[in-house]
Each structure stands twice: as structure tokens, then as C-alpha cells.
Write a protein that binds this ligand. Structure first.
Ligand SMILES: [Zn+2]
Length: 155
């Protein structure tokens, strides 16, 4: 007798007339509770077990016959599809994580380049200032030379 379907893999069923007729009693004459298995090996297969199980009564029995393999395959298919989709989601999440990390790296590179850009702009402004100053000095020298030349020509 397979007793692998415990509370964690089966759900308690409410009684209907058909189920009630199939309910059984254990050796201690306790009326067994009806459950439905959710395991891969026995999907949707009903079973009974004693409510006194916690006190050591091991009464357990299947209500339904085992499902044929081809039906188990069909019943299990949505679960396999779900697992495949979950794998795809995990793969996509890994891609998203990788891209997010690359974005962080690129943002850091952009910040470095912006800093370099600001340095170069400051350098260009400095060069323009020095260039204007040199032009001013040159113009001043030319004016002084002209005055000197005019002075000598007149005199
Ligand atoms: Zn019992």
C-alpha cells in the first residue's frame, strides 16, 4: 500500500453521496477522511486515511484505481509546460539582470566622459582667454609702433 500521499500533497474533500458510500473505517472503527492526491505519480487520485493518523493510526487506502500512464502524461503536461515557462522566465530575468549590470557600467562610463568633457571645455575657455589677451597685447604693440613711426616721420 502506497502511503506517500500525505497532508502536504493531498487536499481534503468535502463529502458527496458517491464519496460517502466509499468511505471506510479503520481498525479502530474511525471513519476515514477523504482526500485527493496532488502528486505527479498519482494526480487527482482520491484516498482515505484515518483522522487519528496523528495519534499513530496508519490506516490509508486508495479510493480510485491508479491512472494509466498515458493519462498521467496528459495530466502532467500543464505542469511540465509551467516548468518550461518558468525556466524561460528565469532565463529572461538573467538576461535582464545582465543588461541592467551593463547599463550601470555604461552609466559610469558616461559620467567619466562627462567629467572629461567638462575639463576639455574649461581648457578651451582658458585658451580663448589667452588668445584674446595675446591679440590685445599685439594690437597695443602695433599702435605704439605706429605712434613711434608717425612721430619720427613728422619730426
Ligand atoms: Zn484509525
Amino acid at each position: 500500500m502506497d502511503t506517500s500521499s500525505g497532508d502536504s500533497t493531498g487536499s481534503h474533500l468535502s463529502e458527496n453521496s458517491a464519496a460517502k458510500n466509499r468511505r471506510r473505517v479503520c481498525d479502530k472503527h474511525n471513519l476515514a477522511d477523504l482526500f485527493m492526491s496532488r502528486t505527479d505519480a498519482n494526480p487527482f487520485r482520491r484516498f482515505v486515511k484515518c483522522p487519528e493518523r496523528v495519534r499513530g493510526c496508519t490506516f490509508f487506502d486508495w479510493v480510485d484505481d491508479p491512472m494509466p500512464d498515458y493519462q498521467t502524461t496528459w495530466v502532467g503536461r500543464p505542469k511540465l509546460q509551467k516548468e518550461a515557462l518558468e525556466d524561460q522566465v528565469h532565463a529572461k530575468l538573467a538576461v535582464v539582470k545582465n543588461l541592467s549590470e551593463r547599463i550601470v557600467v555604461k552609466e559610469r562610463e558616461i559620467m567619466l566622459l562627462q567629467g572629461r568633457c567638462a575639463e576639455l571645455e574649461a581648457l578651451v575657455k582658458k585658451c580663448h582667454r589667452e588668445s584674446r589677451l595675446r591679440k590685445g597685447i599685439f594690437a597695443g604693440i602695433v599702435v605704439v609702433l605706429l605712434i613711434v613711426v608717425v612721430f619720427f616721420v613728422v619730426v
